[in-house]
Design a protein around this ligand. Structure first.
Ligand code: EPU
Length: 446
């Protein structure tokens, strides 16, 4: 176990190159299970989740070599079709192997998936869809595994009740080698799903975005290997953009995806943050003048992403006035709030009036623990100060790291393995921008 010691405040300045998208790389690694041929992925981020996912596919008969940002995946042995609990339970996307394993081998045994602690995060929408395609799936609460099998996975027409990003991708992966046509409706529109589709098309898959929130997959008997470059990570860009503005700094981002960040850029502009389009893939983000309070409501693409609300809340602690952040996708994504309060932030939980919460919210309303709040009100501006803070999930982790960088004094961050799950060489990159961050073993004397 390690922690960060961060000495602030720092105005972050310099250049950053955005790494490959975690939420594409993980799924592309799963997709390698659809073929026995070699798959080469470029621009893969060196993050903990990717290493765990490579472990998952290694348990399913693959061998991988991960050097710099390139992963080569080859067949190594026959597939045991079981993901061990200690590996799969660490990563939510490990459940996505269901589709490839069922279509290729007719069976899969996977543990109840883990991942960020941002809510119940069930996979009922995935399971329901796979059942419609002919799989029989039972959850054994005595061993914590889903046991799935099928004689043959067949194409089906499936309409998701609510938006689900990985649910869409799970059924997409299931449909590729299934027999016949799969039509998916009310699918996720996230651009990361499109990047996965492009990779699958390179492997020979027959997939079409056939209409608004609709996808058609024509099942084919076999996929071949491919080489593919993963798109840059939009969430990382937003983290560094907010880091620039909140620290009164100036950061130029390379591999920028600003054309997919419209909702964020609109909010940033409204708040008085600066950005300049240098060229197609280079964007400069900078502090211009006093910031204003701006409310956000999270939503699936093309809305303001749930992954951006935690760093946005931090930015709003530096803005004048009261702003509300309303989380509609996950039921428990405010774990950073109590930690920010320790640093001096003025934040209160609020309950926005919502006519029909069961349909309005993206999570299953019944999963929501009693007493949970879906919104916070931030009163700013505040001078944040040092504290000892604990990280509970990935985006909360990045947010608290930013808070300690802009806050005054020496702070201690525990639970940094959560940040390592999704941000490549995080302290090195922030140190290159001027931050003072030291990684130490938790038990070392500092
Ligand atoms: N949900 C269910 N049942 C399901 C599927 C989803 O109740 O079968 C609920 C979820 O619990 C959540 C909501 O529906 O409340 C939306 O979930 P979705 O399936 O869309 O999200 P996800 O696939 O679990 C992915 C990303 C998240 C990102 C969201 C929204 C990956 C690995 N994860 O999660 O990324 O926030 O989509 O775009 O792709 C992150 O990178 O830190 C992260 C959490």
């Amino acid at each position: 176990m390690e922690k960060f010691i961060v000495d602030g405040p720092t105005r972050l300045k310099g250049d950053v190159t955005i790494a490959g998208a975690k939420n594409v790389a993980l799924k592309a690694i799963v997709a390698s299970l659809l073929t026995d041929e070699e798959v080469i992925l470029e621009n893969v981020p060196q993050i903990r989740d990717v290493h765990v996912m490579l472990e998952v596919v290694e348990h399913l008969g693959k061998h991988s070599v991960f050097e710099k940002s390139r992963v080569v995946i080859r067949k190594n042995s026959s597939c045991a079709c079981t993901v061990p609990l200690e590996v799969g339970a660490r990563l939510r996307t490990s459940s996505m192997v269901l589709g490839p394993l069922l279509t290729r081998y007719g069976k899969a045994i996977i543990p109840n998936p883990g991942g960020c602690r941002i809510g119940a995060r069930p996979i009922d929408r995935h399971i329901e869809g796979l059942k419609k395609m002919g799989a029989s799936i039972t959850y054994d609460s005595t061993d914590g595994y889903f046991h799935a099998q099928t004689k043959k996975l067949e194409g089906a027409e499936i309409t998701f009740e609510k938006n689900t990003h990985t649910g869409t991708e799970t059924l997409l992966l299931a449909g590729i080698l299934a027999q016949g046509k799969t039509i998916l409706r009310n699918v996720a529109e996230e651009v990361e799903v499109d990047d996965l589709i492009r990779f699958l098309q390179h492997m020979g898959a027959n997939i079409k975005r056939s209409g608004v929130r609709e996808m058609i997959i024509e099942g084919i008997p076999k996929l071949h290997g491919a080489t593919y470059t993963i798109m840059p990570d939009r969430n990382e860009e937003v983290t560094f953009a907010i880091a620039a503005v909140a620290s009164l700094g100036d950061i130029t981002i390379h591999n920028s995806q600003r054309h997919y960040l419209t909702a964020f850029l609109n909010a940033l502009t409204k708040a008085g943050g600066g950005y300049e389009e240098i060229d197609r893939t280079t964007t400069r983000y900078f502090y211009k003048d006093h910031l204003h309070a701006v409310d956000v409501v999270t939503a699936p693409y093309p809305g303001f992403m749930t992954d951006w609300q935690a760093p946005w809340a931090l930015l709003m602690t530096q803005a004048k006035g009261e702003s509300v952040v309303h989380e509609t996708v996950f039921e428990n994504r405010f774990t950073y709030v109590e930690e920010l309060k320790k640093m001096g932030a003025h934040i209160a939980y609020v309950d926005p009036e919502v006519k029909n919460p069961k349909t309005f919210y993206n999570f299953n309303w019944k999963d929501r623990p009693f007493g949970t709040h879906q919104a916070i009100r931030i009163m700013g501006p505040t001078n944040l100060h040092n504290a000892v803070v604990t990280i509970n999930d990935l985006r909360a982790g990045a947010t608290l790291l930013l808070a300690t960088i802009i806050g005054s004094g020496k702070s201690y961050l525990y639970g940094i393995e959560q940040i390592d799950r999704g941000y490549e060489h995080v302290e090195k990159r922030f140190t290159a921008l001027g931050a003072h961050i030291v990684r130490v073993k938790e038990d070392a004397v500092s």
